[in-house]
Structure formats: structure tokens, C-alpha cells
Design a protein around this ligand. Structure first.
Ligand code: GAF
Length: 379
């Protein structure tokens, strides 16, 4: 890709595109299960301007201190991963419409990269959302969500589910989304947890295995489904498999695959039980489910890492923390904790000290506020 040269001034459009948290329902989305995410007050801001060219697009990322310039007629994959998120979105939009023209865009982000808050979905969705406005593409929000997911599959190479893009675009302030990843039906559930808060602890590690291991987990789940289908042809995903049904295959399914399937089947039920608990303000019950999820992700799905396990174990020593688990794809990033508001400062400090002592890495803690999805700041 060429270096971008442009002169950002007098923006036509400013769009905020948030990262997300997920209360519970991890690695269930690509198994057609349920998830419970929401956008938060960490975002990428996009400033857009149409330029005079028909085909030249210039993008500057202040955070990466990097820019790219490309021609709409010759969009192809790059060897720089961050560029593929952008080029992938452009490519997917071009499959739907020929109305894109040249534009300039500047990006600023306060989403820590690799923290499991999905800066990638924020990038894809913010770009698609902004270009939709800028060039009157008439894409629906659902089309924006789905094309962003396809961009990640086809250009970035991560065969992600739909959760992150859906949360980034569709979230509503003060709510979480109970999303059925099979039908894409959804319900906004108020997240009223006072006097508790949602605290994220960022391990500041991001083990490089992540993308490859993610795709492996997905294919292991599909392998499990293939074996189950031999007896139950009506099963199309782990969504259709109950815990009891799965037990029938204990000797037919390789142990690792069986463990992966067991986690997913248990997790999909935990999401629905968690929503019931949240609606009844039974926060200790919700917290208990979160600990169970971590246990499954650590021991059955094997997507955790020592840093995340340490923080979750550490939280168990504090009565004020009623639930904690790793969040997102895994192998680093954040834990999400439900913690009494009076204990946030003290706990964060103690966790940081212990974490630094153990790993010699600085921990970063911040409160997550459930927020509106992708939105226009200036038009
Ligand atoms: C990543 C993916 F992008 C999501 O689709 C989801 O699978 C998540 O990992 C795990 O729940 O964020």
C-alpha cells in the first residue's frame, strides 16, 4: 500500500464506534448460541471527508501512527493486518454497491488493542457505518454488521462469530443485548446492578496464538457436530445439542473435541440462566455463573492463560467481587469483574501489586459503562 497524503480539514462526518464487553456467553456465537454483550465507553472515532477523486481513499490512524492510501478499483489484501480490516470492509461494501467514491478518514482510538474489547469490530463497523452515511449507500444496520463480519473472515482470516459486530452497532445505553446468534433475534435487558460495577482488568498481554487457536476451536466444534449428525441428522450446530445428548457420544468423539463441545453446551444454558438472574437482580447467582464460565474456558475450552487465571483466582479472595472471568476470544486481554463500588479502588490496587509481583507486567483497570452502539457525532 502507498503512504497516504492528505490534508484533513472541515470534516463531512464524525462517527464514534465503540468496543464491547460480554457479560456471559463466550465462544457460543459461532455455535449458534446466545451471548450477552454491550458496547462500552471506549471507542474509535472516525472523521470522514469526501475528496475530489473518484477512486483514491486515504486513511490515517493516529494510534498506529500509520496511514494507507488505496485505489477503489484495485482493492486487495495487504500484508499489514490493520490494513486488512479496512480493505476487507471496502471489498465487502463493493460486493453490495458501486456507490463508493474517494474519501479521506482519520482514526483516533481509546480502545486498548489486544484487550479483548474488540477494537477490530469497532474498526470494521465504524468504517462501514460512516461510508454508508457519507455515500448514501442505504445499507441496513444488519447489513453493516454482517459485512463487517465477512471482512474479518475473508480479509483478516479470523472466522469470528457475529457477537462483536452486533454489539458494536446495535447496543443501547444502560442495557445488554441478549442475542440469539442463530436467528439474530435480540432483546435489550437493562443492566441495573447498583451498588455493583463492571470492572475490567487488562492483563496487557496478548499471546499471539489467538487467531489460529480461535479458528481451531471453531473447527473442533464443527467436528463434534459432524459426529453427532451421524446419529442425529437434524443437528446443525451445538445449539441443537443438549448435555444429555452429548454424553451418548463420549466414546465416539475425541477427548479434546468432547471437552470443547461440553463447554459450549453448558455455556449456552448458562447465558439463559444468567439473564433470568440479572432480570431478578440475583447478582450473586450471575457472578457464580461467570466463575463457572471461566472454569470451562480454562479447563475444557483451553483459551485462557496464566495471567487471566491469576486475576480470576485473585478475585475469589475478595467478598466484594461476586463474579469474574476472562472475556472475549482469550489468550490475553481483560477479565470482567462484578465488584461492589466501594471496593473498586482498593481491589484494583491490590490486584495490580500482586499481578506485577507475579508477572512483572503492569495491570490496567477501568470501569466499563454500557453505551450506545455506533453513532454519528457530526453530520
Ligand atoms: C472474539 C470473536 F470475534 C467473537 O465472535 C466471539 O467468538 C468471541 O471471540 C468469543 O466469545 O471476540
Amino acid at each position: 500500500m502507498k503512504e497516504a497524503t492528505f490534508n484533513p480539514n472541515n470534516w463531512d462526518l464524525i462517527v464514534d464506534s465503540p468496543g464491547r464487553i460480554n457479560i456471559i456467553g463466550e465462544h457460543t456465537d459461532y455455535n449458534n448460541g446466545f451471548v450477552l454483550p454491550t458496547a462500552i465507553d471506549k471507542k474509535i472515532q472516525f472523521k470522514f471527508k469526501r475528496n475530489d477523486s473518484l477512486h483514491t481513499c486515504n486513511i490515517l490512524s493516529n494510534n498506529f501512527n500509520a496511514s494507507l492510501s488505496f485505489d477503489l478499483n484495485t482493492v486487495s489484501k495487504s500484508d499489514k493486518q490493520w490494513e486488512n480490516y479496512i480493505l476487507g470492509v471496502i471489498h465487502e461494501i463493493q460486493q453490495l454497491t458501486d456507490k463508493l467514491r474517494g474519501f479521506d478518514c482519520v482514526l483516533d482510538s481509546d480502545i486498548p488493542v489486544g484487550s479483548g474489547i474488540s477494537s477490530s469490530a469497532a474498526l470494521e463497523c465504524g468504517l462501514a457505518f460512516g461510508l454508508n452515511e457519507l455515500f448514501d449507500l442505504n445499507l441496513s444496520k444488519q447489513q453493516i454488521v454482517e459485512l463487517s463480519q465477512r471482512a474479518e473472515h475473508n480479509y483478516v482470516g479470523t472466522k469470528c462469530g457475529i457477537m462483536d459486530q452486533f454489539a458494536s452497532v446495535m447496543s443501547k445505553k444502560g442495557h445488554v443485548i441478549l442475542l440469539d446468534c442463530q436467528s439474530l433475534d435480540y432483546e435489550y435487558v437493562p443492566i441495573e446492578i447498583e451498588p455493583y460495577k463492571l470492572l475490567l482488568l487488562n492483563t496487557n498481554v496478548s499471546h499471539n496464538l489467538a487467531s489460529g487457536e480461535y479458528n481451531i476451536r471453531r473447527s473442533q466444534c464443527e467436528k463434534g457436530v459432524e459426529i453427532i449428525q451421524q446419529k442425529y441428522p437434524e443437528v446443525t450446530s451445538l445449539r441443537d445439542v443438549s448435555f444429555d445428548m452429548l454424553q451418548e457420544f463420549k466414546s465416539d468423539i475425541p477427548e479434546i473435541v468432547f471437552n470443547r463441545c461440553t463447554y459450549v453446551v453448558q455455556e449456552k444454558d448458562r447465558v439463559l440462566s444468567s439473564v433470568k438472574a440479572l432480570k431478578k437482580s440475583q447478582l450473586h447467582t450471575l457472578g457464580e455463573y461467570m466463575y463457572q464460565t471461566h472454569d470451562g474456558l480454562q479447563n475444557l475450552y483451553e483459551v485462557s492463560c496464566p495471567e487471566l487465571d491469576f486475576l480470576v483466582d485473585f478475585s475469589k479472595e475478595y467478598n466484594e467481587v461476586i463474579g469474574a472471568r476472562m472475556m472475549g476470544g482469550g489468550f490475553g486481554g481483560c477479565t470482567i469483574n462484578i465488584i461492589h463500588q466501594d471496593a473498586v479502588e482498593h481491589f484494583t490496587q491490590k490486584a495490580s501489586e500482586a499481578y506485577f509481583k507475579k508477572f512483572n507486567i503492569k495491570l490496567t483497570g477501568f470501569e466499563a459503562m454500557p453505551c450506545e452502539g455506533t453513532n454519528i457525532k457530526l453530520a
